[in-house]
Design a binder for this molecule. Structure first.
Ligand code: 13P
Ligand code: SF4
Length: 312
Protein backbone atom coordinates (compact mmCIF):
# COMPACT_ATOMS: atom_id res chain seq x y z
CA UNK A 1 0.00 0.00 0.00
CA UNK A 2 1.06 3.54 -0.72
CA UNK A 3 0.38 6.75 1.16
CA UNK A 4 -2.45 9.04 0.05
CA UNK A 5 -0.03 11.49 -1.57
CA UNK A 6 1.80 8.65 -3.36
CA UNK A 7 -1.49 7.45 -4.82
CA UNK A 8 -2.36 10.99 -5.91
CA UNK A 9 1.05 11.44 -7.54
CA UNK A 10 0.88 8.09 -9.31
CA UNK A 11 -2.63 8.71 -10.60
CA UNK A 12 -1.60 12.06 -12.07
CA UNK A 13 1.48 10.46 -13.65
CA UNK A 14 -0.42 7.50 -15.13
CA UNK A 15 -3.18 9.72 -16.49
CA UNK A 16 -0.63 11.73 -18.41
CA UNK A 17 1.46 8.76 -19.53
CA UNK A 18 -1.58 6.89 -20.87
CA UNK A 19 -3.51 9.89 -22.19
CA UNK A 20 -6.40 9.04 -19.90
CA UNK A 21 -9.20 11.36 -18.80
CA UNK A 22 -10.64 10.97 -15.31
CA UNK A 23 -14.38 11.71 -15.12
CA UNK A 24 -15.89 11.78 -11.63
CA UNK A 25 -19.44 12.11 -10.31
CA UNK A 26 -20.25 14.51 -7.45
CA UNK A 27 -20.92 11.51 -5.18
CA UNK A 28 -17.32 10.27 -5.34
CA UNK A 29 -15.03 10.68 -2.33
CA UNK A 30 -13.39 14.12 -2.04
CA UNK A 31 -9.87 13.08 -3.10
CA UNK A 32 -11.18 11.50 -6.30
CA UNK A 33 -13.23 14.61 -7.15
CA UNK A 34 -10.21 16.82 -6.53
CA UNK A 35 -7.94 14.85 -8.83
CA UNK A 36 -10.50 14.43 -11.64
CA UNK A 37 -10.27 16.22 -14.99
CA UNK A 38 -14.01 16.81 -14.87
CA UNK A 39 -16.58 16.46 -12.10
CA UNK A 40 -20.22 16.53 -13.06
CA UNK A 41 -23.77 15.22 -12.97
CA UNK A 42 -24.94 12.35 -15.17
CA UNK A 43 -25.69 14.60 -18.15
CA UNK A 44 -22.43 16.57 -17.91
CA UNK A 45 -20.41 13.39 -17.55
CA UNK A 46 -22.01 11.75 -20.57
CA UNK A 47 -21.37 14.89 -22.64
CA UNK A 48 -17.71 14.87 -21.58
CA UNK A 49 -17.42 11.17 -22.40
CA UNK A 50 -18.80 11.92 -25.88
CA UNK A 51 -16.38 14.72 -26.67
CA UNK A 52 -13.10 13.51 -25.14
CA UNK A 53 -10.07 12.85 -27.34
CA UNK A 54 -8.28 10.87 -24.61
CA UNK A 55 -7.43 7.21 -25.32
CA UNK A 56 -8.78 5.97 -22.00
CA UNK A 57 -11.84 7.11 -20.04
CA UNK A 58 -11.47 6.31 -16.34
CA UNK A 59 -14.95 6.57 -14.91
CA UNK A 60 -15.07 7.38 -11.21
CA UNK A 61 -18.74 6.69 -10.86
CA UNK A 62 -20.92 3.60 -11.09
CA UNK A 63 -21.25 0.84 -13.69
CA UNK A 64 -24.12 2.31 -15.73
CA UNK A 65 -22.17 5.56 -16.13
CA UNK A 66 -19.08 3.80 -17.49
CA UNK A 67 -21.32 1.70 -19.74
CA UNK A 68 -22.96 4.88 -21.05
CA UNK A 69 -19.52 6.31 -21.85
CA UNK A 70 -18.69 3.15 -23.82
CA UNK A 71 -22.00 3.28 -25.71
CA UNK A 72 -21.39 6.89 -26.72
CA UNK A 73 -17.67 6.64 -27.44
CA UNK A 74 -16.92 2.99 -28.33
CA UNK A 75 -13.39 3.45 -29.71
CA UNK A 76 -12.16 4.50 -26.25
CA UNK A 77 -11.10 2.08 -23.58
CA UNK A 78 -13.44 2.65 -20.63
CA UNK A 79 -12.31 1.52 -17.19
CA UNK A 80 -14.06 1.60 -13.79
CA UNK A 81 -12.06 1.35 -10.53
CA UNK A 82 -14.48 -1.21 -9.03
CA UNK A 83 -16.55 -3.31 -11.41
CA UNK A 84 -19.00 -4.01 -8.55
CA UNK A 85 -19.89 -0.33 -8.21
CA UNK A 86 -23.49 -0.87 -9.29
CA UNK A 87 -26.68 1.07 -8.61
CA UNK A 88 -29.83 0.00 -6.73
CA UNK A 89 -31.97 1.94 -9.20
CA UNK A 90 -30.41 0.25 -12.24
CA UNK A 91 -30.85 -3.12 -10.48
CA UNK A 92 -34.53 -2.42 -9.93
CA UNK A 93 -35.15 -2.79 -13.68
CA UNK A 94 -34.16 -6.36 -14.66
CA UNK A 95 -34.17 -7.13 -18.38
CA UNK A 96 -36.85 -9.88 -18.57
CA UNK A 97 -39.66 -8.19 -16.58
CA UNK A 98 -38.89 -4.81 -18.17
CA UNK A 99 -39.10 -6.30 -21.68
CA UNK A 100 -42.48 -7.85 -20.82
CA UNK A 101 -43.70 -4.50 -19.42
CA UNK A 102 -42.68 -2.60 -22.56
CA UNK A 103 -44.16 -5.26 -24.86
CA UNK A 104 -47.44 -5.16 -22.93
CA UNK A 105 -47.76 -1.43 -23.78
CA UNK A 106 -46.80 -1.14 -27.47
CA UNK A 107 -48.58 2.22 -27.88
CA UNK A 108 -46.34 3.87 -25.25
CA UNK A 109 -43.10 5.74 -25.87
CA UNK A 110 -40.42 4.60 -23.38
CA UNK A 111 -38.58 7.42 -21.59
CA UNK A 112 -35.87 5.95 -19.41
CA UNK A 113 -33.71 7.55 -16.78
CA UNK A 114 -29.99 7.15 -17.53
CA UNK A 115 -29.61 5.11 -14.29
CA UNK A 116 -30.23 1.76 -16.00
CA UNK A 117 -28.25 -0.95 -17.77
CA UNK A 118 -27.31 -0.90 -21.46
CA UNK A 119 -29.94 -3.60 -22.15
CA UNK A 120 -32.68 -1.39 -20.70
CA UNK A 121 -31.42 1.59 -22.70
CA UNK A 122 -31.59 -0.60 -25.81
CA UNK A 123 -35.34 -1.10 -25.15
CA UNK A 124 -35.97 2.64 -24.68
CA UNK A 125 -36.98 5.46 -27.02
CA UNK A 126 -35.45 8.43 -25.18
CA UNK A 127 -33.01 8.58 -22.26
CA UNK A 128 -33.25 11.41 -19.73
CA UNK A 129 -31.35 12.53 -16.65
CA UNK A 130 -32.70 14.44 -13.69
CA UNK A 131 -31.49 17.70 -15.21
CA UNK A 132 -33.33 17.40 -18.54
CA UNK A 133 -36.28 15.10 -17.71
CA UNK A 134 -38.96 17.85 -17.49
CA UNK A 135 -37.94 19.34 -20.88
CA UNK A 136 -37.81 15.90 -22.50
CA UNK A 137 -41.29 14.94 -21.27
CA UNK A 138 -42.62 18.35 -22.39
CA UNK A 139 -41.15 17.80 -25.87
CA UNK A 140 -43.35 14.72 -26.41
CA UNK A 141 -46.72 15.38 -28.17
CA UNK A 142 -49.58 15.64 -25.66
CA UNK A 143 -51.56 12.72 -27.08
CA UNK A 144 -48.60 10.32 -26.95
CA UNK A 145 -48.75 7.76 -24.11
CA UNK A 146 -45.55 7.50 -22.08
CA UNK A 147 -43.80 4.87 -19.97
CA UNK A 148 -41.41 6.52 -17.53
CA UNK A 149 -38.83 4.20 -15.95
CA UNK A 150 -37.19 2.97 -13.80
CA UNK A 151 -37.46 5.52 -10.92
CA UNK A 152 -41.03 5.84 -9.57
CA UNK A 153 -40.02 8.83 -7.41
CA UNK A 154 -38.64 10.80 -10.34
CA UNK A 155 -41.66 9.58 -12.34
CA UNK A 156 -44.16 10.88 -9.78
CA UNK A 157 -42.28 14.17 -9.61
CA UNK A 158 -42.40 14.46 -13.41
CA UNK A 159 -46.14 13.70 -13.49
CA UNK A 160 -46.60 16.53 -11.00
CA UNK A 161 -44.34 18.94 -12.92
CA UNK A 162 -45.60 18.26 -16.44
CA UNK A 163 -49.22 17.30 -15.80
CA UNK A 164 -48.69 14.21 -18.00
CA UNK A 165 -50.31 10.94 -16.98
CA UNK A 166 -47.44 8.48 -17.35
CA UNK A 167 -47.12 4.77 -16.70
CA UNK A 168 -44.36 4.26 -14.11
CA UNK A 169 -41.97 1.39 -13.46
CA UNK A 170 -41.67 0.62 -9.75
CA UNK A 171 -37.93 1.17 -9.17
CA UNK A 172 -36.08 3.38 -6.71
CA UNK A 173 -32.69 4.54 -5.46
CA UNK A 174 -32.08 3.16 -1.97
CA UNK A 175 -30.00 6.21 -0.99
CA UNK A 176 -32.65 8.78 -1.85
CA UNK A 177 -35.39 6.66 -0.26
CA UNK A 178 -33.48 6.61 3.04
CA UNK A 179 -34.22 10.20 4.07
CA UNK A 180 -36.09 10.42 7.38
CA UNK A 181 -39.00 12.85 7.04
CA UNK A 182 -39.45 13.27 10.82
CA UNK A 183 -35.75 14.08 11.30
CA UNK A 184 -35.78 16.50 8.35
CA UNK A 185 -38.75 18.36 9.87
CA UNK A 186 -37.05 18.49 13.30
CA UNK A 187 -33.86 19.76 11.69
CA UNK A 188 -35.81 22.41 9.82
CA UNK A 189 -37.56 23.49 13.02
CA UNK A 190 -34.18 23.86 14.71
CA UNK A 191 -32.81 25.77 11.68
CA UNK A 192 -35.84 27.67 10.32
CA UNK A 193 -33.64 29.99 8.26
CA UNK A 194 -32.17 27.06 6.29
CA UNK A 195 -33.66 26.30 2.86
CA UNK A 196 -34.47 22.64 2.27
CA UNK A 197 -33.43 21.38 -1.20
CA UNK A 198 -33.71 17.86 -2.62
CA UNK A 199 -32.86 15.55 -5.52
CA UNK A 200 -35.91 14.29 -7.49
CA UNK A 201 -35.01 10.65 -6.72
CA UNK A 202 -36.33 11.40 -3.20
CA UNK A 203 -39.85 10.39 -2.14
CA UNK A 204 -42.83 12.69 -2.74
CA UNK A 205 -43.30 13.56 0.94
CA UNK A 206 -39.71 14.88 0.92
CA UNK A 207 -40.06 16.71 -2.41
CA UNK A 208 -43.34 18.32 -1.33
CA UNK A 209 -41.62 20.28 1.46
CA UNK A 210 -38.52 21.21 -0.57
CA UNK A 211 -37.98 24.83 -1.66
CA UNK A 212 -36.05 23.58 -4.68
CA UNK A 213 -35.81 20.21 -6.46
CA UNK A 214 -33.09 19.41 -8.99
CA UNK A 215 -30.24 17.24 -10.24
CA UNK A 216 -26.87 17.44 -8.48
CA UNK A 217 -25.69 20.17 -10.89
CA UNK A 218 -28.89 22.16 -10.42
CA UNK A 219 -28.66 21.88 -6.63
CA UNK A 220 -25.09 23.20 -6.83
CA UNK A 221 -26.15 26.13 -8.99
CA UNK A 222 -29.09 26.87 -6.70
CA UNK A 223 -27.03 27.27 -3.52
CA UNK A 224 -24.70 29.62 -5.41
CA UNK A 225 -27.47 31.78 -6.80
CA UNK A 226 -29.90 31.79 -3.88
CA UNK A 227 -29.57 34.50 -1.25
CA UNK A 228 -29.97 32.12 1.73
CA UNK A 229 -26.96 31.45 3.92
CA UNK A 230 -28.01 27.96 5.08
CA UNK A 231 -29.30 24.88 3.30
CA UNK A 232 -30.46 21.40 4.28
CA UNK A 233 -29.43 19.19 1.36
CA UNK A 234 -31.25 15.94 0.53
CA UNK A 235 -29.07 14.01 -1.85
CA UNK A 236 -26.01 11.76 -1.54
CA UNK A 237 -23.61 13.32 0.96
CA UNK A 238 -20.64 13.37 -1.47
CA UNK A 239 -22.12 16.48 -3.11
CA UNK A 240 -21.32 18.54 -0.01
CA UNK A 241 -17.64 18.56 -0.98
CA UNK A 242 -18.20 20.46 -4.25
CA UNK A 243 -21.05 22.48 -2.74
CA UNK A 244 -18.93 23.78 0.12
CA UNK A 245 -16.18 24.71 -2.37
CA UNK A 246 -18.66 26.77 -4.37
CA UNK A 247 -20.18 28.47 -1.30
CA UNK A 248 -17.40 28.47 1.31
CA UNK A 249 -19.24 30.92 3.56
CA UNK A 250 -22.64 29.24 3.56
CA UNK A 251 -23.73 26.56 6.03
CA UNK A 252 -24.65 23.22 4.46
CA UNK A 253 -26.44 20.57 6.46
CA UNK A 254 -26.84 17.04 5.04
CA UNK A 255 -30.42 15.76 5.33
CA UNK A 256 -30.59 12.94 7.89
CA UNK A 257 -31.23 9.34 6.88
CA UNK A 258 -33.73 6.90 8.44
CA UNK A 259 -31.22 4.47 9.90
CA UNK A 260 -28.49 5.92 12.06
CA UNK A 261 -25.37 5.16 10.11
CA UNK A 262 -21.89 6.44 10.92
CA UNK A 263 -22.29 9.85 9.30
CA UNK A 264 -26.07 10.08 9.97
CA UNK A 265 -26.49 11.06 6.35
CA UNK A 266 -27.08 9.29 3.07
CA UNK A 267 -24.09 7.72 1.39
CA UNK A 268 -24.22 5.56 -1.71
CA UNK A 269 -22.09 2.55 -0.91
CA UNK A 270 -21.77 1.78 -4.63
CA UNK A 271 -20.27 5.19 -5.35
CA UNK A 272 -17.95 4.82 -2.37
CA UNK A 273 -16.59 1.46 -3.64
CA UNK A 274 -14.16 3.48 -5.76
CA UNK A 275 -11.11 4.38 -3.69
CA UNK A 276 -7.80 6.08 -4.48
CA UNK A 277 -6.05 2.68 -4.33
CA UNK A 278 -8.53 1.07 -6.75
CA UNK A 279 -8.32 4.11 -9.02
CA UNK A 280 -4.53 3.81 -9.09
CA UNK A 281 -4.63 0.04 -9.81
CA UNK A 282 -7.29 0.51 -12.46
CA UNK A 283 -5.15 3.07 -14.31
CA UNK A 284 -2.00 0.98 -13.88
CA UNK A 285 -3.54 -2.30 -15.12
CA UNK A 286 -6.19 -0.76 -17.42
CA UNK A 287 -8.79 -3.01 -15.86
CA UNK A 288 -11.67 -3.61 -15.05
CA UNK A 289 -12.60 -2.67 -18.59
CA UNK A 290 -16.25 -1.98 -19.44
CA UNK A 291 -17.55 -3.41 -22.69
CA UNK A 292 -21.00 -3.50 -24.23
CA UNK A 293 -21.96 -6.07 -26.90
CA UNK A 294 -22.16 -4.26 -30.25
CA UNK A 295 -25.81 -5.14 -31.01
CA UNK A 296 -26.93 -3.76 -27.63
CA UNK A 297 -24.59 -0.77 -27.91
CA UNK A 298 -26.04 0.30 -31.26
CA UNK A 299 -29.61 0.07 -29.98
CA UNK A 300 -28.76 1.85 -26.72
CA UNK A 301 -27.04 4.69 -28.59
CA UNK A 302 -30.26 5.75 -30.38
CA UNK A 303 -32.19 6.93 -27.26
CA UNK A 304 -29.01 8.53 -25.88
CA UNK A 305 -28.56 10.51 -29.10
CA UNK A 306 -32.21 11.60 -28.90
CA UNK A 307 -31.49 12.85 -25.40
CA UNK A 308 -28.50 14.88 -26.59
CA UNK A 309 -30.58 16.37 -29.42
CA UNK A 310 -33.38 17.33 -27.04
CA UNK A 311 -31.10 18.89 -24.41
CA UNK A 312 -28.72 21.03 -26.42
P1 13P B 1 -27.41 13.40 -11.22
O1 13P B 1 -25.99 13.73 -10.86
O2 13P B 1 -27.59 13.37 -12.69
O3 13P B 1 -28.34 14.29 -10.51
O4 13P B 1 -27.66 11.89 -10.75
C1 13P B 1 -27.81 11.52 -9.45
C2 13P B 1 -27.54 10.08 -9.20
O5 13P B 1 -28.16 9.43 -8.41
C3 13P B 1 -26.47 9.47 -9.92
O6 13P B 1 -26.37 8.17 -9.56
FE1 SF4 C 1 -27.70 4.48 -7.92
FE2 SF4 C 1 -28.78 5.91 -5.97
FE3 SF4 C 1 -26.21 5.28 -5.84
FE4 SF4 C 1 -27.09 7.06 -7.67
S1 SF4 C 1 -27.12 7.30 -5.46
S2 SF4 C 1 -25.66 5.36 -8.01
S3 SF4 C 1 -29.11 6.22 -8.14
S4 SF4 C 1 -27.92 3.83 -5.77
Amino acid sequence: PKTRSEYLEEIVRLKKEKNAVLLAHYYQEADIQDIADFVGDSLGLSRKAAETDADIIVFAGVHFMAETAKIINPTKKVILPDVNAGCSLAESAPVGPFKAFVEAHPDHIVVTYINCTAEIKAMSDIICTSSNAVDIINSIPKDQKIICAPDRNLGEYLIHQTGRDMLLWDGACMVHEAFAMDKILDLHKANPQAKFIAHPESQQQVLRVASFVGSTEKLLNFVQEDKSEEFIVATEAGILHEMQKRVPNKRLIPAPAKEDNTCACSECHFMKMNTLEKLYLCLKNETPEIDVPEDIRKKALIPLERMFELSK
